[in-house]
Design a binder for this molecule. Structure first.
Ligand SMILES: NC(=O)C1=CN([C@@H]2O[C@H](COP(=O)(O)OP(=O)(O)OC[C@H]3O[C@@H](n4cnc5c(N)ncnc54)[C@H](OP(=O)(O)O)[C@@H]3O)[C@@H](O)[C@H]2O)C=CC1
Ligand SMILES: Nc1nc(=O)c2c([nH]1)NC[C@@H]1CN(c3ccc(C(=O)N[C@@H](CCC(=O)O)C(=O)O)cc3)C=[N+]21
Length: 283
């Protein structure tokens, strides 16, 4: 048996087409959705993301601006930029690429983004909404994963979900959305004991650790849904966190590339348009 691949590339393309139709509607009302991306320094995963995002935003008709700041930027300079974007009427969504360089206070920067423009859902207000069971603006990777499960009509309610990783970007928000969808959720991290045995309980296993080949067949219950979020560069190639041999054991598996990555971008673009539609409704 070999796993059915969950084709994020094709699913994201369909989603982007729906988003483009909404943008076309907005443009008839003279509104162009605007996305501002703040990139400080040169994190390689962020570079891939920013490049793909800018191209795809353009394809659906969203104006995207990338604000690049040097690695040694001060906290005050980042806050000044965020403040300007908060007040720019053409900017619907603001996304600060993570991780930020060490001299910057990530929590303070994310707190400075206006909650109503927080398209990546990292402001404590939006995180509170998410964890209280009322998700509104949610981190794009988590939203993309849920949309992929839905596109393949994979049931979540009542399933055991194990999330490997507890970062703000992936692990925590995907755990919250799975919980909101009535899965029984366990979150593992670097202090977790016997992580293999825990992962074997999963009907849905989310790998967001950031280590190539972390998930071996010993982690996977036969037939499980395995979502590989990892984006690791190994000898110039992009690989996930899931070892190739898992394909013969899982029921469903996301490829890397072509799985979660494109869905993340499609989710971000869709949420940007959500915000532009709110701008239209405010008049
Ligand atoms: N495709 C996409 O759209 C996206 C892909 N990514 C990729 O996903 C991966 C994860 O990203 P991100 O969440 O930002 O990474 P982080 O490095 O922020 O988080 C990694 C998490 O893995 C946990 N971890 C480390 N070792 C173990 C272990 N032995 N068992 C269980 N958990 C462990 C860490 O635990 P602890 O908290 O204790 O340190 C941490 O919570 C990266 O490869 C990244 O590039 C990220 C965002 C989007
Ligand atoms: N505030 C913030 N939000 C994020 O969501 C965020 C971030 N910071 N920092 C960096 C990580 C990384 N990330 C990726 C998104 C898409 C691809 C992606 O498009 N991947 C393609 C790769 C295609 C190629 O090879 O170029 C794929 O998997 O098919 C990759 C990585 C989002 N992140």
């Amino acid at each position: 048996m070999t796993a059915t691949l969950l084709d994020g590339k094709t699913t994201a393309r369909t989603w982007r087409a729906a988003t483009k139709a909404r943008v076309d509607q907005l443009r008839q009302a003279a509104i162009t959705p605007g996305l501002a991306v703040v990139l400080v320094g040169h994190d390689p995963a962020s570079e891939i993301y920013v490049r793909n995002k800018a191209r795809q935003a353009e394809q659906v008709g969203i104006t995207s601006i990338v604000e690049r700041l040097p690695e040694d930027t001060t906290q005050a300079a980042v806050l000044a930029l965020v403040d300007r974007l908060n007040h720019d009427p053409h900017v619907d969504g603001i996304l600060v690429q993570l991780p930020l360089p060490v001299q910057l206070d990530e929590t303070a920067v994310l707190l400075a983004v206006a909650p109503a423009k927080d398209v990546d859902g990292f402001h404590p207000f939006n995180l509170g909404q998410l964890w209280s069971g009322h998700p509104d603006l949610v981190p794009a990777t988590a939203a993309g994963i849920m949309a992929l499960l839905e596109a393949y009509q994979l049931p979540v309610a009542g399933k055991n979900a194990v999330v490997l990783g507890r970062s703000l970007i992936v692990g925590r928000p995907v755990a919250a959305l799975l919980l909101a969808a009535d899965a029984t959720v366990t979150v593992a991290h670097s202090h977790t004991q016997a992580v293999e045995k825990l992962a074997q309980q999963a009907d849905i296993l989310i790998a967001a650790v950031g280590q190539a080949n972390f998930v071996t067949p010993a982690f996977v219950k036969p037939g499980a849904v395995v979502i590989d979020v990892g984006t690791n560069r190994v000898a110039g190639h992009l690989v996930g966190d899931v070892a190739a041999e898992v394909a013969s054991q899982a029921g469903y598996l996301t490829p890397v590339p072509g799985g979660v990555g494109p869905m993340t971008i499609a989710a971000l673009l869709s949420q940007t348009v959500d915000l532009a539609e709110r701008r239209q409704q405010r008049g």
